[in-house]
Structures are given as C-alpha cells and as structure tokens.
Design a protein around this ligand. Structure first.
Ligand code: ATP
Ligand code: MG
Length: 421
C-alpha cells in the first residue's frame, strides 16, 4: 500500500493549503484580539495522561486512541485531543504562577481511530482554546463569543449554539440517581453501549447516537432541574451575559458529559448544512481536571473547533477566498547562454522583495509566456542572446503588452516603481 496514505488521513495539497492558512490566520487574529496566546505541545504524550484527563469510560479512551509502546517500553499515545496536554504543560511549567487566568490557544493535528467519512478522519485538526484559573461565568461567555465570532467572521451564518449545565460533584450525584431510576426498567431495550454506561456513566446514555436509545430516553429527568444553587446561578448568569452580547442560543438538556471533572457549562456549535457531522465546536468547563492531573483545584474552560469541518462548511457555502499561485515577475531565459544572467537577476529581484520565478525547464518563449500568464505575473523579463550581449533586458508589462529594453541596473528601480503603483 505504498501508493495511498493510511485510511482516514488526508494530504493537504498546495492548491488547498492556502485555504488552511486563511482559516488559521483568522484563528490567530481572533485569539490576539481576545488576548489568547499560542501554546504548542507535542503530538504524543504518556498514555496515562489521557486515561486520567479524558476518562477511561469515554469513547475516545475505550475505542479511539492510537496507543503503542515505544522502543523504551513506555506506553505512548498520539493525542486524541489537546486539553489534557495543555493542562499537563500548565502544571509542568507552573503557568499558574503568571497572572491568571492563563489564556491559551492551539492549532494542530489530533488522532482518533474513528470511522472515516466526510468530516470524520483519523488524523484531523483542531483549533482550541483553554482559559485556566477563572471560575466564570464571564470567561464562559467570552470563549463562547470567541468561537461564534470566529465562525461568523469566516462568513458562516445559521450557526446553532446549544448550551447546558452539567452541574458539579455536589449536585450531579443526585441527578445520577434520579436518572438511573428513570432508566432502570427500560434498560434491556437500550443498546449494549448504553447498558454498560448505566452504572459507569449514565448521563452519556442521553447523548447516545443510536436512534432507538434516543427515543427510549425521551422524557428523562433533566440536569437543569437538579442543579445546586451555585450551578443554577452560574448558568443563569451565563445566559444573561450571552443575551446581553446578542448571542442566540438554545438550551439542550441532552448535551452532557458524564465525568466528574466536567462541570457546569457545556456547549456545542452545530452547522446544519454539514449533515451527519454537523458539530463544528465542542466545549465546556472542567473545574475538576487540574486537580485530577495533580494540581491545586483550579477552575477552567475551553473549546475545540474541528478545522476540517469548518473548511467543508466554507467550501459548501462557497465562502473560500480565491487563492491562486501568483508571481509578480517571471524571468524568461531564452537559450542556454541566458541562464546565468537570468538566475542572477531572479536572485536580485527576490532580494528586493518581489515575488518572482523563472523557467527551469528550457521551455520555448511561447510556453514561457503561457506560464507567466498562468502566474498572473505583472512583468515578464525576457533574456535572449542579444540581451546578454548588450546588458539590456526586455521588460514586458503583461497587462498592457508594452515592452521596453532597459539596463539590468535599472530594472529593479523600475520594478519597485511599477509594483508600487
Ligand atoms: P463527534 O460526536 O462528532 O465524534 P466529539 O464529541 O468526539 O464529536 P470533540 O471531542 O468535542 O468531538 O471535538 C471537538 C470537535 O472536533 C468536533 O466538534 C468536531 O468538529 C471535531 N472532530 C472530532 N472528531 C473528529 C474527527 N474524527 N474528524 C474530524 N473532526 C473531528
Ligand atoms: Mg467522537
């Protein structure tokens, strides 16, 4: 299988990488607007970090991790997400010693053994942010705003923001009991996964993708009815802040995360035209994670946006900018004698800061002209035997077709002046 890449991976080719750069730049811009700074962590970590930081009863840990022993017999895992690694780095490098909250963002590849289909790959990319140290709810509103503003800036409208509160270790155990009471006598009709979730992580039964399970859990009691006073107040404040910021949202009581360290705010942004893989952003508060990883109890919240899904959405809505392969100047040596002078000129032109390329294939004049047009070059610099002899080159304005002989020394001044115009 040398002729294809591994299943679920994709090559991002030069015709497409410009779109990625565009989206990445927008991500960087909005992060700097909001005061989030970039963190780059390794693509692999000790497996133990993800067992703790994601949770042993999650789909990711149970079914989706790329885990292997390295040559030193250590268990290593390619990161399936980045929150745990950011928390690890935050603790390892004592970022808490800096003025809180720590506001961090990352962009990079993640790895999950998912079932490949449109919008679902085994190597995919996330843009994510983490705000560590504030208990909110203003920071919750800020990061939700950042995510929606990022997507809107790219031109995506009709986004659906769903929010929920998943409570805290104080109120969730009570909800768990109420939920289990509701589910118990129907349990045999649920899928195998849900049956095993019943004891370990019953809240996840509510977001089972199986239709039958979804129908069976209709009418289940809702977390929002069981929130303790603190969680209830937090959720109400968040809703007020979002309303004040003109952000539309709907409350989805089924948006859940069953693990103890996920607390209070959970949210997701859907883009319906994407169909089955419509979730572009998932996020939430994880007040218990930092202590789970060995730090002092520290509140935190973050999100991750799937870059491939954003790019699919932009493509679908024809919102991708036109990104061509442009060169300001194309240098055209005609004949072997002209090569050396052409190459020297090319170097000088680039040194002066003009994008430039030349023919490296000994093409005919006609074929080189075609190339200059393909690159939408503003100027062609033509160098034949005559030009080598006289030290003058032929400068052609590709738009007007005007041509003039000028001295090599003058060429750069001329280019500067013309390109500035
Ligand atoms: P799903 O339910 O679609 O599997 P998830 O809950 O596993 O999503 P998160 O872990 O919350 O997803 O990741 C955040 C975002 O990353 C998702 O909303 C999605 O846009 C993107 N994402 C997750 N898994 C993949 C994947 N295998 N391929 C491409 N994008 C992905
Ligand atoms: Mg998944």
């Amino acid at each position: 299988m040398l002729s294809t890449g591994p299943r679920g991976t994709k090559d991002i080719l030069p015709d497409v990488s410009g779109y990625w750069q565009y989206v990445e730049n927008e991500a960087r811009n909005i992060c700097s607007l909001y005061g989030y700074r970039e963190i780059r962590t390794p693509v692999f970590e000790h497996t133990e970090l993800f067992l703790r930081g994601i949770g042993e009863t999650t789909d990711i840990v149970e079914k989706e991790m790329y885990t292997f022993k390295d040559r030193g017999e250590r268990s290593i895992t390619l990161r399936p997400e980045n929150t745990a690694a950011v928390v690890r780095a935050y603790l390892e490098h004592k970022l808490y010693a800096d003025t809180p909250p720590a506001k961090l963002f990352y962009i990079g590849p993640m790895f999950r053994y998912d079932r490949p289909q449109a919008g679902r790959y085994r190597q995919f990319h996330q843009f994510g942010i983490e705000a560590i140290g504030s208990k909110g709810p203003a920071i919750d509103a800020e990061i939700i705003l950042l995510a929606t503003q990022f997507l809107k800036k790219l031109g995506l409208d009709d986004l659906v923001l769903q929010i929920n509160s998943v409570g805290c270790p104080e109120c969730r155990p009570k909800y768990r009991v109420v939920l289990q009471d509701f589910l118990r006598d129907k349990l045999t009709n649920f899928c195998k996964d849900c049956q095993s979730r019943f004891d370990r992580n019953p809240m996840r039964i509510l977001d089972c993708k199986n239709e039958k399970c979804g129908a069976l859990s209709q009418g289940a009691p809702q977390m929002s009815d069981c929130l303790c006073e603190e969680c209830d107040t937090h959720f109400n404040h968040l809703k007020e802040l979002l309303t004040a910021a003109n952000i539309d949202f709907t409350i989805n009581p089924r948006l859940v995360r069953g693990l103890d360290y996920y607390t209070k705010t959970a949210f997701e942004i859907q883009y319906a035209p994407l169909g089955a893989q419509s979730a572009v952003c998932g996020g939430g508060r994880y007040d218990g994670l930092i202590s789970e990883c060995g730090g002092q109890p520290t509140p935190a919240i973050g999100f991750a946006i799937g870059m491939e899904r954003v790019l699919l959405a932009l493509e679908k809505q024809q919102l991708l900018p036109s990104i061509g392969h442009h060169m300001n100047v194309f240098v055209m040596p005609i004949g072997t004698q002209a090569q050396a002078l052409a190459f020297k000129l090319l170097c000088n032109i680039r040194q002066a800061g003009h994008t430039a390329d030349m023919d490296f294939m000994e093409r005919s004049l006609k074929a080189q002209m075609k190339l200059a047009n393909k690159y939408s070059a503003k100027f062609a610099v033509i160098i034949g035997d005559d030009e080598v002899a006289t030290g003058k080159v032929l400068l052609k304005d590709m738009k007007t077709g005007e041509q003039q002989h000028i001295m090599v020394e003058e060429l750069l001044n001329k280019l500067d002046a013309e390109v500035e115009e």
